[in-house]
Design a protein around this ligand. Sequence first.
Ligand code: HEC
Ligand code: HEC
Length: 512
Amino acid sequence: MLPFPARRLLLSAAACATIAGFSAALAANLDLPTKRTDLTEADAKRVADVTRPTTDFSKAEQYEAMQAGGATSIDPVTQDSFSHISATIPFEEEQPFRLGNALFKKLWVSAPSSTQASDGLGPLFNARSCMSCHVNDGRGKPPEGGVSATSMFLRLSRPAATPEEQRAIASAEIVNFPDPIYGHQLQDLAVPGLPSEGKMAIRYSEEPVTLAGGEIVSLRRPTYAVTNPGYGPLDPTTTLSPRVAPAMIGLGLIEAIPEADILAHADPEDRDGDGIRGHAQIVRDHRTGKIALGRFGWKAQNSSVRDQTADAFSNDIGISTPDRPDAHGDCTAAETKCQAMPTGVQKRLGNEEAPGPILDLVTFYSANLAVPARRKASFPETLKGKEILYESGCTACHVPKFVTRRDSLDKAQSFQLIWPYSDFLLHDMGEGLADGQQVGLASGREWRTPPLWGIGLTKTVSGHSFFLHDGRARNLTEAILWHGGEAQKARDAFASLPEGNRQALITFLESL
Ligand code: HEC
Ligand code: HEC
């Protein structure tokens, strides 16, 4: 057992200052737009009007129940509520969506195999299909009672060790440095004949918290370790970052939020003095190598659904694509036995195990899963909870609404009023949630604000109510109570509410 805290090595203060200096310089030189260019003056005014935070909680706002605009699904609530196609997708594009869905569910097998179009799994992998982790297109959970960690894994990374390495991160050349032996991620499964990399072990300790009115809530604090390491010890400076699979809804709409509108909420120096210092994640687009705003993943480490999809094929399943062409996935040079295993590349089909059209279809599917309509949005209890959300300071990060770009490549995402309740920026969430792992410009204490739309259907779709990046929270109340750092004030405001008001806030979240 390698206990996590002993292995944690946060960047020294000097290294952090260097990175902060570089990132300020980088931000200044970004050619990311700081103003929308897709709107006429009249449209810009309309957008400013509809996205202004409300001050009237006596009734629901116009359109708020349709939380993904015209793309919202109004199908009845069932376990399949996250699996519907966006309502703005034209009929002729339903076929590619269905093909993408089939590929999302497809179980890959190890090479060589008689079903040549499905082989190439691994050699190291966490699961055999996208769907194994994103069950019903919903969120994953920590393993319970010793079962394998399917919908959750550990990201591995060691800190920058030299000024050159710090510069590479600060200029977004690279987001982090993999463990020299185990690579970017701990793969707990391997093809026959190859040892797996080991297992993720979690231990929880319970800590009681007393809320106003005397209610006691117990929070479970996790400790992570790698057991049965298959290839010797991990690097002593490697940190473990646990991640559960997020829900798959509304992702194309998130991609269509203009950079300028996300950057408008950034306040890295806290100029307005509210204690909230959200800042942008800056990464490179895989294909163009250009600087881009990070939006996807718990640390916003990917700028597009396509980049996140190619990463998932490579690291999670061990399948190569044109954007991540190494057929050995996350095998490092040190894992020589893994490097010697056969691959699933079929020259007659292309140079990769999953050639371009497959990546295109899975990306299309992933981008166009609909967000379900809200339930009970205009009920008095819900509206009371909404007012409390605003008053408690939650909306400083969980920004209610945006209007997507008019000139988005995909018309289905164009010019929609959406209500994700996120600023898509990085925030210091305190030591309690820290993983100690730097990813791009996200420090070991920072996480991207996750969108809250659909969160009230977690139990219906995924059959559980585990929240936060590692599923440690067992319900929404626990998720809020874990907030620290920049969110400490909002967390304390919640904890000191009378019980009825806390319940109203939860009722609001359940209506999303
Ligand atoms: C082993 C489990 C696992 C498998 C298999 C898996 N994912 Fe994921 N997925 C995750 C986790 C965990 C995250 C969060 C990653 C992070 O923050 O680093 C994620 C994140 C994502 C996101 C970003 C969502 C967001 O809100 O930011 C997309 C898109 C995605 N996965 C698509 C896919 C696709 C497509 C496949 C199949 C090619 C796939 N995933 C396979 C676990 C998995
Ligand atoms: C400083 C920014 C900030 C503020 C203020 C804030 N949050 Fe969050 N919230 C986050 C971040 C970042 C996460 C993800 C943390 C993690 O997973 O470790 C999060 C996670 C959550 C989650 C779990 C989401 C999921 O998908 O698992 C809920 C629910 C939530 N916040 C509700 C609230 C409520 C209610 C308030 C006000 C009482 C609030 N937040 C205030 C930034 C903030």
